[in-house]
Design a protein around this ligand. Sequence first.
Ligand SMILES: *Cc1c(COP(=O)(O)O)cnc(C)c1O
Length: 399
Amino acid sequence: MANNDSGSKNPATQVVTGGRRKIWTGAVVNPPVWRGSTHLYDNVAHLREGLKSNDDGKFFYGRRGSPTQWSLADALTEMEPGAAGTMLYPSGVAAISCSLLAVLQPGDELLLTDSSYDPSRSFADTFLKRMGVTARYYDPMIGSDIAGLFSAKTKAVLMESPGSLSFEVQDVPAICKAAHAAGLVTLLDNTWATSRFFPALEHGVDIAITAATKYIVGHSDVMMGAVTTHDGYWTHLRRTAQQLGQVVSPDDAYLAARGLRTLEVRLRQHEASALKIAHWLKQRPEVGLVLHPALPDCPGHKIWKRDFTGSSGLFSFELKDGDNQSRAAFIDALTLFGIGYSWGGFESLALPVDPGKHRTATEWTASGTLVRLHIGLEDPDDLIADLAKAFEHYHSAKS
Ligand SMILES: *Cc1c(COP(=O)(O)O)cnc(C)c1O
């Protein structure tokens, strides 16, 4: 529901107050969990009245949500200046797929960054292909030169900045300007920064996608996606999501809203700890590139400085002379970092990543092997001690 008065509040206040309307919360602080498929009407006239509007805030049927989901969507809309509304999806991948289905038709062409999240690539290369949509990949550092790739069939550009394995920061404003001049739709996977560190719509993005599974939920216990857009696409995006039957459970919405209340303090701690560890890694003789948008090694670092208001807890670094075996020894030796997918929770994670495997438009030239870290909310000095110990195992594996 459009209720965007974000101009009047600072972000730390917004995440605390967002979506907490008295009609939804009653006398308690948190909007309660409204479980329900059937919504009951007073009489037939009331039932007929319900068909007239399709907005959040109107009881209709469980698939259109309840105050628990509306409150979360409202809070996320408020955090994104220029937004008309937010749709919630049962995962980040559902948010990406449904956004693309809302804007593409057979015969269209989609441009995607070569640094795209692998499931986005897979959806474009298989599902969209079957639907008669062609996918072409572009160099994430392309900037305004993207205009040279546009054809009569090009309909949309899907950006991801930074890339979630290789961290190139894209010139989103320049890409959006070129795309809009050609009448295209712009979509951004904004999971790494969230609207807190990169207000996407203000930078020219039409459709801002977040895997809420990561920082919004923040506790590694719920899957969710969120898509926020302006007046131009809101009604259509919402209609498409409803036609595809997208709905999140009120229990999950409750947990996500609970996570959201601490987003500001969590992100600030992830940021500070990740920067401390990234700078420490940069001093290590074993480490080559540190691909953290706030460090000069990272392609697009200058763009990050220009456009972002902060950095989160996810980055990669290169083990200079590493091979698969020594990298595995390094990761296996870590005790405070879990080995697993996803990120954005309170706990630290480590993963071997190989961005070169997924590339088609650009070449991956780093000679070493990459490790991706998510820096959680543990004491960063304990995490550094854990990493220092893992380097000893790395050396033993190499000799
Ligand atoms: C995790 C992730 C997604 C998908 O989110 P799920 O909730 O896991 O489906 C999309 N984009 C990026 C960049 C991600 O890291």
